[in-house]
Design a protein. Structure first.
Length: 146
């Protein structure tokens, strides 16, 4: 590979650099998986005015509810449609007091400082996210839960 060196003359000063050195200073683009994960949480955060932590914890809580409610094969489809699903599940608050089902989900949202009405606001954003990414099976599975 040919190395290109550029020399600039400014007044009495001479500057030289290679394009290789410049390109190594440029930021790298995030991976597609990272971009999708961030975009879902960012969409929820910006559209609902919640913090990133609340958005990620809420997504994780909804995934936790789905994992505990759906057959494994259907949950797998949903899990695969959410980049970083395993990481998001870890951000879901622990369920206390033996709550299960929808009660557990409401408890998790409450632990995040979100009222239960926010669940109904998270779900349409997630459905739209699936739709825009062509994850129609995941869209159908999530909508069947709510």
């Amino acid at each position: 590979m040919k190395k290109i060196v550029i020399t600039l003359l400014f007044g009495a000063s001479l500057f030289g650099f290679s394009l290789d050195s410049v390109s190594s200073m440029l930021p790298t683009a995030p991976t597609a998986k990272t971009t999708k994960q961030v975009s879902l949480a960012q969409q929820i955060s910006s559209q609902l005015g919640v913090s990133d932590q609340q958005a990620q914890g809420g997504i994780g809580s909804i995934l936790s509810y789905a994992r505990n409610t759906l057959p494994a094969n259907k949950y797998s489809v949903l899990q695969n449609a959410v980049p970083g699903a395993d990481s998001l599940l870890k951000l879901a608050p622990a369920v206390t007091g033996g709550a299960s089902g929808m009660g557990a989900l409401v408890s998790q949202f409450s632990s995040l400082g979100l009222d239960q009405g926010m669940i109904a606001k998270f779900v349409p954003i997630m459905l739209n996210y699936f739709k825009s990414n062509g994850s129609f099976d995941a869209m159908g599975i999530l909508s069947s839960l709510f």
